[in-house]
Design a protein around this ligand. Sequence first.
Ligand SMILES: [Zn+2]
Length: 495
Amino acid sequence: MIKIHNTLTRRVEEFKPLEEGKVKMYVCGPTVYNYIHIGNARPAIFFDTVRRYLEYRGFEVTYVQNFTDVDDKMIERAKTEGVTVKEIADKYIKAYLEDTKKVNLKEEGMIRPKATDHIKEMIKSIKILESKGFAYESNGDVYFDVEKYKDDYGQLSGQNIEDLKAGARVEVTDIKKSSVDFALWKAAKEGELSWGSPWGKGRPGWHIECSAMSEKYLGATFDIHGGGQDLIFPHHENEIAQSKCSYGGDYARYWIHNGYINIKGEKMSKSKGNFFLLREILEKYEGKVVRFFMLSSHYRKPIDFSDVELEMAKSAISRIENTMMNILEKLDTVSTEGGNNGEVMNSKLEEIKSKFIEAMDEDFNTAQAIGGLFELIKETNKFMEEKLSENGKKVLKDIFDFIKESLIDVLGVEVTIEKKVKDMTKELNELMENLGIKKGDGVANDTSEIIEFLLEQRKIAKKEKNFALSDKIRDELANIGIKIKDGREKTTWTI
Ligand SMILES: [Zn+2]
């Protein structure tokens, strides 16, 4: 049974989709006026993981994430860069897709509507709101009349309209009836990007974009709505007001919000200037490291972002990769009759498989799920120290498959162990040929044995004072990504 913390009720609830076996979800996407920062990467990665997990649990998921490609910030940016709003949008949508591809977002089947392709739908919703008395026109702008909906307004963010009015920084002018009213349509200023409408030339407000696009692709009532915590108010509160009043229906039934990213204990924000672009981070760290880092904490908790944390994620991934590579090598060895038959290890594996599902079922606790994987890694390393029977090897193969499935398919952390081992064997064999070194008897075809063999050849070359050859072996190994380190006792290597 999957349970979800629903912001609307502030409780962890059993997840029951509207239609059995199907999940419809909408996640607010980026406003494409700049490269995304890591604060935007967190919901992208987390909700992609939610989607992957729901699919893993057998649901058919319709996943919509929009692009906000018209907005005040976009218009401003276009002015400073001296280009059109569309050019800004195209540039940063392309950049968004490039950046998020590296953190392995599943694009297959994803619906990514752009706001500017749905102006007609937005105008239609505003007209409905107007005809039902929930909206009013003022100087070419159209506002949502919050007073008309005051009984339900503020439920998601846990506020009431009187407090909101008291706290509103915006002065009441004669344009709006109330300080809490928000724009559905904004009249265009001279020379601004605009569309024709019953209220004159203008453009939609931000909130109505999501209401109109979610209705088009998911209907008036759908299962999950996600986004960052900072969107709860006013964005999501306003989406609910607009959608319920125009289309009827319940709008989203489960609201999921992810926490902030902190830098040195302070909330990361563009206005404070303490933010990092995902792009900058990806120059130093691979996408899988960033993804793993994001999923190592519970999604509702704030997450501390620093190089130290990323380095920790990086070494955690190497530990998993090393074990997986060792599994492959062990599977290549001959089984030992009377060796460990894996019975105990198999029950451990089954236990960890259930723990993984339990953790993910309980409000997508990726941190706990990852904890279970490390327990498995530790046990597997011990298990591999022993000689294994045919059945023991079968258990080892099951472990490998489970790590791959849970880590790569569900959590989306793309470790590429199999390929690396195969490629290296091929490259190593080519290297041996180039160096004119012939393998003696008893050298198996796996990566570590060939490397050990080459290191032995290097030692011999050194002894014979053939430094040209010994250096060549070292350099060529480095070329294919194998670093060697000469110790006092022994030469060691790492990939
Ligand atoms: Zn939205």
